[in-house]
Design a binder for this molecule. Structure first.
Ligand SMILES: [Zn+2]
Length: 235
């Protein structure tokens, strides 16, 4: 399990790559089905009071529904924003309370991170939280087991670039477009990750990620169907 050892490099792109989002070794995550033409935009590490509202405006203008994997620790300070995400028809998922590497976190703490987050979200939206994306994609059998016990389906991805450290929206959109098109050629839907927030800093600049989301929506709006991840499987 060399990949697990690499997790210490937390925020680096290398760690993301090393976590093998498509790996089924520790259990089977929800990624994307064989449905060319379907795209799921997913946004991690928010809500971000500076950028999530702008992102919601962009999605709303195009009638696109997306999935937001939210950090529980941000919910207390941004309840209105969480409410807005839900009211506007987006799917809300659990991204843990404090963005720990759960592959290296004690089982009792993993359970607490997930339980607290779902509870905080459910208190605001009144809806059961059924999807969970592990921070850094890091997981081990206990994480799957605990998620399952809490009624949470583990979701990873198949289209990501280092948008969290890339200042050019054009470049983010270009790299994701290449991945989306490659998946499409193989008959696969794309589960696309972008970040509207940052786990290390609240209010972080996500202008490039939000602009890139706008570019993808404009580019694929006429030819593809944007779906929430719950279109691809239940918990
Ligand atoms: Zn994250």
């Amino acid at each position: 399990m060399g990949a697990v050892g690499a997790v210490g490099l937390a925020a680096s792109g290398y760690a993301y790559a090393a976590m093998w989002p498509a790996s089924g070794i520790f259990g089977s995550p929800l990624i994307a089905p064989e449905k060319a033409g379907e795209l799921a935009l997913t946004f991690d590490d928010g809500p971000n009071p500076k950028w999530t509202p702008r992102l919601l405006d962009v999605l709303g203008e195009h009638g696109v529904k997306a999935t937001f994997f939210i950090l529980g620790g941000r919910v207390e300070t941004e309840p209105e924003l969480v409410r807005r995400i839900a009211v506007e028809g987006h799917l809300i998922g659990n991204h843990s309370w404090s963005h720990k590497n759960l592959a290296r976190t004690a089982a009792t703490k993993v359970r607490e991170e997930l339980t607290r987050t779902s509870k905080a979200l459910e208190q605001i939206t009144g809806e059961r939280v059924k999807y969970f994306r592990p921070p850094f994609g890091a997981r081990r059998p206990a994480v799957f087991r605990i998620a399952r016990e809490l009624g949470l389906r583990v979701v990873t991805w198949n289209a990501m670039t280092s948008d969290w450290s890339e200042p050019s929206a054009d470049r983010i959109a270009r790299e994701l477009t290449a991945k989306i098109d490659r998946l499409g050629k193989r008959g696969r839907a794309a589960n696309i990750v972008l970040h509207d927030g940052g786990h290390l800093e609240q209010g972080i600049d996500r202008g490039p990620s939000v602009a890139a989301a706008g570019m993808l929506v404009a580019r694929y709006g006429a030819t593809h169907r944007f779906v929430r991840v719950d279109a691809w499987g239940s918990s």
